[in-house]
Design a protein around this ligand. Sequence first.
Ligand code: UDP
Ligand code: MG
Length: 323
Amino acid sequence: MNKLYLVIPCYNEEEVLSETAKRLKAKMNALIAAERISPASRIVFVDDGSQDGTWTMIEKLHASDPLFAGIHLARNRGHQNALLAGLMQVKEHADAVISLDADLQDDIDAIDEFVARHDEGFDIVYGVRRVREKDSRFKRTTAQSFYKLMRLMGAELVYNHADYRLMSRRALDGLAEFGETNLFLRGIVPLIGYPSTAVEYERNERFAGESKYPLRKMLSFALEGITSFSIKPIRMITTLGFLIFAVSLVMLGYFLSVHFAGRTVPGWTTIAISVWAIGGLQLLGIGVIGEYIGKTYLETKARPKFIVERMIGVSDHREFSRE
Ligand code: UDP
Ligand code: MG
């Protein structure tokens, strides 16, 4: 029987944590009772440097039941880093790991199917959202354009898949090989290449509390995704540069012929527009290049992606009896 670990990043989630813990515990107990997963399976909460009582609650949960374990990050590093911290810490203890959000937006009944697919031999099982009607129109359109843009940029994203997925230990070892600092999990996981499949599920509304992903974080996440993934924006600017150069050559011929025909015109508008257009393009180009230079700079520093402050119950392999 497989040891299944659930990894749940939590940032200021005290409002949802006890309910989440209750429901996940019931789910795990049912799977253990049905002998589909080992009694040494765990639910691991990763506290992403919360300012509220999240960590205290995790400690209490662990004290109440060894099924619960916790990882405490020294400070807030964002969802992706918290998730990665969890995955990397548990990977040597688990046969399979499922990552999910703390707010119960991901339908936990899909876990049964994740496990079934893993038993069939799939290393990676993607949770794919069936409908998005529960999201606000704004979130829906922005998310949709994000997937489109990422595809355009050459990343193999699984459509409507967020970070609800199962990964085998082998797949996690593969993930660990990616040494980049700006890690964009959704883009990297398909690159691992082991057998994968998808499971559809409904996404619910946040159980309680507010989204920890305000527009600001969403934008930086999207920008992060694009620039840490491809150098296509640079290529596009280069192509545009060539095109404009070609056009200006044709224009030059035209201007000269007009000039020698003696039909010189004031031409102020043309010049003004050209200056502005080219000025704008140059700025854009510099911006894009700057973005990548910034990335190179950050990557060369090779900072750690997270620092684990404390861990409870993660490496405890005892098979506690579940009633
Ligand atoms: N989260 C985190 N660190 C952060 C922001 C969010 O660990 O800096 C966690 C959060 O606790 C939740 C998950 O990431 O478990 C997804 O966040 P949220 O539900 O707020 O995002 P949304 O569903 O609105 O996109
Ligand atoms: Mg959420």
